[in-house]
Every structure is written in C-alpha cells, then in structure tokens.
Design a protein around this ligand. Structure first.
Ligand SMILES: Cc1cc2nc3c(=O)[nH]c(=O)nc-3n(C[C@H](O)[C@H](O)[C@H](O)COP(=O)(O)OP(=O)(O)OC[C@H]3O[C@@H](n4cnc5c(N)ncnc54)[C@H](O)[C@@H]3O)c2cc1C
Length: 320
C-alpha cells in the first residue's frame, strides 16, 4: 500500500488559512501525506502558510464564485475531486461552513462520516479510529465501515498547529464550476465586534450563567476577565435570554474552548455546557449550590454567591 493521502478542507479568514484548518495539518502529516484543498481566491501568503504547516500538495481553485455562493459549488467540485483522486481520509474543521460541506458530501458520495472527533488515528491493521466525546465523562472510539474515503470532522484545539516548514506543489483544480450550483448568493457578511481576546484563543475564560441574576451583572465578569487578561464566555441559558450575544456561548451548540483557566460563575454544569469546556486545563467553579454538577469537574470549587465573590476576586487580582 502506498502512502495514505490525507486531505484537509481549508477555509480562509481574510488572506490567511483558518487556524482550525492549520491545526488539522498536524494529524494529516502524522497519518500520511498531508494535502490541503482550498476552493476560492487566496493569496500567495495563504498558500505559503499551508506549506509551512506541512501541506505537500495544495488543490486550489481561485474562482471567486466559490466564496460568493454558499457551499453548493464547493461541494460539487470537492466531490468530483474525491471521485477522481480517491484520497484515503478527509479532515474537516469544526466550522459551520465545513459542517455544511461534510453533510452534503455524505449525501452525494454515500459515505459515512464522523463528526466532533477529538483524535484520529489508524490501528496497526489499518483500521481508522476516531475518538468522540459522548457526554461529559465518556469518550468513545469509533470507526467507519466500508472502503475509503473516510470523512472526519475534528474539534478545535484537538491538535496544535505546527509550523514545520516545507514546500507545497500547488495543483490548480480543473473541475469546471457549474452555474447550476450557484444558487445561494452571499449578499453581506457582518462581523460581530467582540471585546477582549477571541474565546478560542483566550488563555483565561470567565464564563457566566443564569446565577448572575441579571444581564447587567456580566459587567462583573468583564472586570475580572480584564484583570486576568482573559475573555468572557456564557452558558446558553443567558444567551437565549438575550443577556449576551451568541458569540459568547460555550458548549455543544456554541464554542469549544480549551483555555488554561476556565472560571465558571453561576453555571450549573449541564452536559451540553461541559461539552464545550471540558478540555480546559484548570476549572474554578463558583456556585451557591454545593451539589451543582459543575463541581464534579472543577479543580477548585467555591460555594457562595457569585455577586459577592467575583468583585472581591477582581479587587485582589487588580491589587497585585
Ligand atoms: C440540544 C441542546 C444543546 C444545548 N447547548 C448548550 C450549549 O452549547 N451551551 C450551554 O451552556 N448550554 C446548552 N444547552 C442548555 C443546557 O442544557 C443548560 O440548560 C444550560 O447550560 C444552563 O445554563 P446555566 O448553567 O447558566 O443555568 P442553570 O442551569 O439555571 O444554572 C444556574 C446556576 O447558577 C447557580 N446560582 C444561582 N444563583 C447564584 C448566585 N447568586 N451565586 C452563585 N451561583 C448561583 C445555581 O445554583 C445554578 O447551578 C443545550 C441544551 C440542549 C437541549
């Protein structure tokens, strides 16, 4: 058997590859020959960055319609490429766009896919193994039956992006783009301004839940986060209540974060919340209910009123 071909679905943010796609080049390199697929305009620096992170081949198409229209043209071209080249494994980042592409590929190609994986590997017999969290405490190892290609979507920060240096051959994709697939046009994109560091990049996250009582009390978390150089996150309960924007939400239907320190303030610790922050190195929980599930996972638990404890903590940290 020749070297495995592992493709990484690449999205770009501005003129740089999305950080989550760069992360996936790390397992791709470990499992075989890492190749990137990038559909849409991209500058030399984006291609260079992919090469630096270990892509040896970049399948690239620079037609602007790939980004002017939602996923259909990308899916049509990617499935034609897969049929023609038969890669062994495709890795997708956990972005909304990649989720959409993955689901449509499953329908088009009739193959299975694994979503939400935190690790991917092959066993000595060549069987694909992916590790997937099932709830807060359990990790399952799953595989895909049948012949490749296998499709696996990986969670953020499951792997670290590594600039290993290197050169890549850029192969321009020759699949013609069919106008019939250009049906859903992007009219406008609006970036929601976020204060403080991006949640996914933050080393410290101070997250708040319904225990804060009122939206105005999020100010206390902002002050603590500022003192620690961190970002503010939230549970879905308070996002649904309109206290903070969706961009703050941590959990199964929000962001997956992996900071060094996660301070959960007035958050009960529902499994859907824990799914998004269980990878945090240290967890401090402040909750007035000593039986709150969040304490099962916390390295340090403080039983008490978050509205009293957080300002004191901020004061002490700011005084240092
Ligand atoms: C399909 C699905 C997806 C979901 N996705 C997500 C998701 O992505 N993220 C997410 O967070 N949730 C998600 N949820 C919702 C989740 O199940 C919980 O409802 C939610 O996480 C609860 O938020 P909370 O902890 O803020 O509120 P609560 O569960 O109401 O907990 C509030 C906590 O605050 C404590 N408290 C109250 N007052 C104080 C005080 N003064 N001081 C200290 N502590 C206090 C209470 O003891 C309690 O533990 C999802 C649910 C479903 C069904």
């Amino acid at each position: 058997m020749g070297e495995r071909r592992v493709w990484v679905w690449t999205e770009t943010a501005g003129d740089t590859p999305h950080r989550l796609s760069l992360e996936l080049l790390t397992p791709a390199r470990a499992l075989g020959r890492a190749e990137a697929v990038l559909l849409g305009p991209a500058g030399e620096s984006a291609l260079q960055k992919l090469a630096e992170h270990g892509a040896t081949i970049i399948h690239h198409a620079d037609d602007p319609r790939y980004t002017q229209y939602l996923v259909e043209p990308q899916v049509a071209t990617l499935s034609a490429l897969i049929e023609a080249e038969r890669p062994d494994l495709l890795l997708f980042p956990s972005t909304p766009g990649a989720r959409d592409v993955l689901a449509r590929l499953v329908g088009r190609l009739g193959v299975g896919a694994i979503a939400n994986a935190v690790a991917v590997d092959y066993d000595p017999s060549g069987r694909l193994l992916a590790t997937v969290p099932c709830g807060a405490e359990t990790l399952a190892t799953v595989t895909l039956e049948g012949p490749p290609p296998y499709l696996v979507q990986i969670r953020p920060k499951a792997y670290a992006a590594e600039a290993v240096g290197g050169e890549a051959e850029v192969r321009m994709v020759s699949v013609p783009l069919d106008e019939a697939n250009c049906r859903v046009r992007v009219i406008e994109t609006v970036e929601q301004p976020a204060a403080g560091p991006n949640l996914e990049d933050a080393n410290v996250i101070v997250a708040g839940g319904r225990g804060l009582g009122r939206p105005e009390n999020f100010r206390l978390l902002e002050e603590l986060a500022n003192a620690l150089g961190g970002a503010v996150g939230a549970s879905r309960a308070v996002v649904d209540a309109g206290w903070v924007p969706y961009s703050y939400q941590v959990g199964q239907t929000g962001r997956t974060v992996k900071p060094t320190l996660y301070i959960a303030c007035g958050i009960s610790g529902a499994i859907q919340h824990v799914a998004g922050m269980r990878g945090s190195r240290y967890v401090i929980a402040i909750n007035r209910d000593p039986d709150a599930p969040i304490f099962e996972l916390a390295d340090l638990g403080v039983v008490g009123d978050v509205l009293t404890i957080v300002p004191k903590l901020t004061e002490r940290i700011a005084a240092r």
